[in-house]
Write a protein that binds this ligand. Structure first.
Ligand code: FEO
Length: 389
């Protein structure tokens, strides 16, 4: 296991988790990476670590450059275990290292690990450490992703070590944005934002405002590629996402028991297509909720369809709505539909839960008893007109 130099004296010493396909419920079909970085200057600093099972991989990469006793600083930007999992090992083995972290992260690390004997130095926003020719300045970015999150800025190299922000769950063949297909890294960046960062849009907006004046030439997140040629583009994408901008498209998410709700979903799709509105059609039987969230991020219109099952919704829809509500998408136009047998209060109840997300609901929930007829499907499309007015 070798380190990879990203700039003279700055090395990637992280781990590629190419085989992971589930990241606490997020489907990671392209794997992930846990990026850690080693800066070798007059002093030596390690920025973040990796998930615990990859600790030895990180240690091997570091020792391909320096011995562990030469490390002066270990920066913990965030306590979540994908970045802190190897801290117990490195703090035990790097005997001369001081842990640099925020007060919040220090407290959270104590709730994850036995930190007895660790030499810890707390830093707050604006505080710096000198490595010799280089400096690391720290900025707390609470809730990007946890209350303890922090980023590190190296002004001499204009590198932002951004931790979770600007990351992707992706295990690229190579490390840089220009060495990986652009459509893949932006798709995975959007998916990452939609599934991880979305609830913290306001806090991320503030962090973004703090980052822009720095004009970083490199952004080195803790997952996925290192941005070196597309920094303005990923900043621009985040600028849209934090403001809840959409691309005007529609998303239909549904499940069905006897295909009646599928018939309604297809009719809803026909409506959007007749208005030349791009529409994504997602069955909860086949699409993963974390992939659907990428379309939630970009869509303007979101149609939710479920039949009534025992006075409730399909369990797949309950799972999706629970997941989506936690991610707090804003600025959407919502619509609920579905088939029922003898009780259709459910569709109104779902509608109320969408209103709680501050979505516009210009069309009341549409429920059709048992199997929809051609006339009822035509009436459904006619009822949708106010959606786009
Ligand atoms: Fe990649 Fe919030 O940890």
């Amino acid at each position: 296991m070798k380190a990879m130099e990203i700039k003279p004296g700055i090395y990637w010493v992280g781990a590629k988790d190419s085989l992971v396909r589930d990241f606490h419920g997020y489907k990671t079909q392209r794997g992930s990476t846990y990026n850690a970085f080693l800066i070798v200057d007059e002093k030596i600093a390690l920025i973040d670590t990796v998930k615990a099972p990859f600790s030895q991989e990180m240690l091997d990469r570091i020792t391909s450059i320096v011995s562990l006793d030469r490390i002066d600083f270990i920066v913990a930007n965030h306590a979540e275990m994908d970045h802190s999992g190897a801290l117990p090992d490195i703090m035990r083995l790097a005997k001369n290292a001081q842990l640099i972290t925020s007060p919040n992260c220090d407290a959270n690390l104590k709730k994850h690990y036995n930190t007895d004997g660790w030499k810890v130095s707390q830093v707050r926003t604006g505080q710096s450490i000198s490595l010799g020719k280089r400096t690391l300045t720290f900025v707390q970015v609470p809730f990007v992703h946890w209350p303890d999150s922090m980023v590190a800025w190296c002004p001499e190299d204009k590198i932002l070590f951004s931790n979770d922000a600007f990351g992707q769950h992706l295990s690229p063949n190579s490390l840089f944005d220009d060495e990986t297909p652009k459509d893949i890294i932006f798709e995975e960046s959007a998916k990452y934002y939609a599934n991880i960062v979305y609830p913290f849009a306001n806090q991320t907006d503030k962090a973004l405002e703090a980052v822009k004046p720095l004009a970083p030439s490199i952004i080195a997140p803790s997952h996925g590629v290192v941005w070196r040629t597309m920094v303005p583009e990923i900043l621009a994408e985040y600028g849209k996402w934090v403001k809840h901008q959409n691309n005007g498209s529609a998303l239909i998410v549904f499940d069905s028991m006897w295909e009646s709700t599928t018939k309604m979903a297809k009719s809803v799709r026909d409506f959007f297509e007749s208005k030349n509105i791009p529409v994504r059609f997602c069955s909860l039987k086949t699409d993963h909720i974390s992939d659907i969230m990428t379309s939630v991020l970009s869509a303007k219109y979101i149609a939710i369809g479920t039949p009534v099952l025992n006075e409730n919704m399909m369990p797949t829809m309950a799972g999706f709505l629970t997941y989506m509500r936690g991610l707090k998408p804003r600025g959407k136009v919502g619509f609920v539909f579905g088939s029922y047998g003898w009780n259709f209060r459910l569709h109104k109840e779902i509608e109320e839960s969408l209103k709680a997300l501050e979505w516009q609901i210009p069309v009341p929930a549409q429920s059709i008893k048992y199997v929809p007829s051609a006339i009822e499907l035509e009436a459904l499309q006619a009822a949708l007109e106010p959606l786009i007015q």
